[in-house]
Design a protein around this ligand. Structure first.
Ligand SMILES: Cc1cc2nc3c(=O)[nH]c(=O)nc-3n(C[C@H](O)[C@H](O)[C@H](O)COP(=O)(O)OP(=O)(O)OC[C@H]3O[C@@H](n4cnc5c(N)ncnc54)[C@H](O)[C@@H]3O)c2cc1C
Length: 403
């Protein structure tokens, strides 16, 4: 058994954990970053990065490197069952401007590797192939973690603060009994394909309740194709998900001609259920960021932005708490309030959109209305892109249709 101490342990080196490690190291804290994987490592994801994520990537010092590996997307073309096509563009004029006028399509192998390389350029102790197997808990306080490295030897690390950034199966959240199932029961099937061209500068979404599919051109000639379906529809096909994926895609009438010449570039990856909730911890000495703090649905593509933004919020509160030598639950509580304020309104919009895309008639109706209101569509794109506050959609002027 080996023993180490530091100011902060970050569990998980995905976007949330790498961002937290970078920011906490820049604040001057000694950080240990542990990940069970060796990077680059695969991650099931639609690989769309909302425009506002670029602001945080710039703050983290990686935007230029990410730009070199990414495809810019100036909007999304959304097709609904009656054939209405919404050519949504991120707004470039008006009162709200994004940090960028475009989103990015980028493989997670590339993005996550770039972030980990940035952490390694800082004085951070980064340990890949180190699985955290338990939290060290004393009374109502988390005081560290027990990890196991590639040599199979246990490593106990003690610190005043543990940041759980260990994704959707978070050991940190499960160990503290914080995870709850969500009533939205969906599954995602994702594959890289070729032979689907002519995207212009947009990604594409095909809504066909109860399913939807997203085409994201992540590199020259390579498209990430995600299909999201009710979990109950996919469950009988476990073991035959590849067959289910291709058969189900053919049932999406508006998508079928678009992918007629498609050829798979790799296996189908599947994940479900997608949504779950996580309660804030009652223990001192612990914060949760990114997917470790909960996940809803990938339709509006904010997961990576939320991971980065939650790391930014957590690092700020953690820095103050560490500087004061007080990582009590009360000292860390402002993080949970900041999270709620940052994400609550967008979550409401996301839930409303989920209700719309779950019903054929409603998806058609809303799409036809939005097709007649480019100003509203443009605002909605900015909200989805995380740079227009959702309350802008409630402006009486806008709702009354006055330009
Ligand atoms: C089907 C699907 C499609 C999506 N599409 C998009 C999209 O297009 N755009 C978008 O913005 N978001 C999307 N998301 C969401 C996005 O993938 C996540 O929100 C994002 O990856 C969260 O980052 P994270 O750092 O919190 O977690 P992760 O990226 O999952 O990183 C967690 C890290 O923790 C490590 N880890 C886990 N357990 C341990 C342990 N016990 N010990 C040590 N290390 C551990 C893992 O190896 C991993 O590296 C999608 C999600 C799904 C499910």
């Amino acid at each position: 058994m080996r023993q180490v101490t530091c100011d902060v342990i970050v569990v998980g080196a995905g976007p949330a954990g790498s961002a937290a490690a970078i920011l906490l190291a820049e604040y001057g804290h000694s950080v240990l970053l542990l990940d069970k994987a060796a990077f680059p490592r695969p991650k099931i994801c639609g690989e769309y990065l909302s425009p506002e994520a670029s602001r945080i990537l710039d703050r983290l010092g990686v935007l230029k490197t990410v730009d070199a590996a990414a495809v810019p997307l100036r909007g999304m073309r959304i097709t609904v069952p009656d054939g209405t096509v919404l050519a949504g563009r991120y707004p470039t004029e008006g009162p709200y401007r994004g940090y960028r006028d475009h989103a990015l399509a980028i493989s997670r192998l590339g993005l996550d590797q770039i972030l980990v390389e940035r952490v390694k350029a800082l004085p951070v102790d980064v340990r890949e192939r180190h699985r955290v197997e338990d939290l060290l808990v004393e009374g109502d306080r988390v005081v560290g973690v027990r990890a196991v490295g590639p040599d199979g030897v246990a490593l106990d690390v003690r610190s005043p603060l543990v940041v759980g950034a260990d994704g959707r199966q978070s050991l940190v959240a499960r160990r503290l009994d914080l995870m709850e199932a969500h009533p939205l029961r969906r599954m995602a099937l994702i594959a890289y394909v070729e032979g689907v061209d002519d995207f212009g500068d947009s990604g594409e979404i095909y809504v066909d309740p109860p399913d939807y599919a997203i085409l994201n051109p992540v590199a020259a000639g390579v498209v990430s194709l995600s299909l999201v379906v009710p979990l109950a529809h996919a469950a009988p096909f476990s073991g035959r998900l590849e067959t289910f994926f291709h058969a189900r895609l053919k049932q999406l009438d508006r998508l079928r001609p678009r992918i007629a010449a498609m050829r798979p570039l790799g296996p189908v990856m599947a994940l479900g259920p997608l949504a779950y909730r996580v309660r804030p911890p009652r223990h001192a000495g612990v914060l949760l960021v990114g997917d470790a703090a909960g996940f809803y649905d990938p339709f509006t593509g904010e997961g990576i932005y939320t991971a980065l933004r939650s790391a930014e919020l957590a690092a700020e509160i953690a820095h103050g708490a560490l500087a004061r030598g007080n990582c009590s639950q009360a000292a860390l509580a402002p993080y949970w309030r900041a999270r709620r304020d940052a994400f609550r309104d967008k979550e409401r919009v996301t839930r409303i959109l989920q209700a719309v895309i779950a019903r054929r008639w409603l998806a058609n109706l809303v799409a036809r209305r939005l097709a007649r209101r480019p100003d509203l569509l443009s605002l909605l794109m900015g909200v989805i892109g995380d740079f227009i506050p959702p309350r802008a959609l409630l402006s009486p002027r806008l709702l009354l249709g006055r330009r």
